[in-house]
Design a protein around this ligand. Structure first.
Ligand SMILES: CC(C)(COP(=O)(O)OP(=O)(O)OC[C@H]1O[C@@H](n2cnc3c(N)ncnc32)[C@H](O)[C@@H]1OP(=O)(O)O)[C@@H](O)C(=O)NCCC(=O)NCCS
Length: 156
């Protein structure tokens, strides 16, 4: 799996788009990553920078950014509990979609999970996010039997 990919030409575009490079996400990327998420449908945008930095400290090395000329154009967060892995917040800038960037970010994140001896990885997808469901199905992910139950915690 390459960390640098020359992404596919857009239909009708007269030239190749610049190379996109995948790098581990670090604290210095967080502001740009949040800007990407805020512009991205299908992603929960309530995260604040301190919480994302906390995530990166708790899950070192498992999250990646896609950079085009040094600018963040894609992201994925990854972590595990020692047994099962999780990916969150996969996002690609709209103008670079359908060029393989999303798939490459997922492969890179899964390579890291394998390196941590993780054999199964789960993701959460909003039921209404049909585009994401088609993407995940296309790259081999299957819906499981688990229902997510949530509860907000108030002061105890
Ligand atoms: C989902 C997302 C990350 C996909 O990124 P991407 O870079 O466009 O994905 P890829 O180019 O690697 O797509 C790989 C394959 O998935 C399928 N696919 C991707 N987007 C699709 C879409 N909108 N409709 C149908 N199939 C799609 C295609 O088969 C595609 O291959 P092809 O272009 O050769 O046909 C991107 O659409 C995105 O950022 N969406 C908004 C955020 C989001 O919903 N994230 C997922 C949260 S669970």
């Amino acid at each position: 799996m390459r960390d640098s990919l020359r992404i596919r030409r857009a239909p009708g575009a007269g030239r190749w788009t610049p190379e996109v490079v995948l790098k581990p996400m670090h604290a210095g990327n967080v502001a740009a990553v949040l800007r990407l998420w805020r512009k991205t449908d299908g992603i929960n945008t309530t995260d604040d920078p301190a919480l994302v930095r906390r995530f990166l400290r708790r899950n070192p090395g498992g999250s990646f950014v896609a950079l085009e000329r040094g600018r963040v154009v894609g992201s994925v967060l990854g972590g595990h509990d020692g047994r099962r892995g999780m990916l969150w917040h996969l996002a690609v800038a709209p103008r670079l979609r359908r060029r393989g960037v999303g798939g490459a970010l997922v492969k890179r994140a899964l390579r890291w999970q394998r390196g941590q001896d993780i054999r199964k990885v789960n993701i959460l997808v909003l039921r209404a996010n049909r585009r994401a469901l088609r993407f995940w199905a296309r790259i081999g992910w299957k819906p499981g039997p688990i229902v997510i139950l949530s509860r907000r915690l108030r002061a105890l």
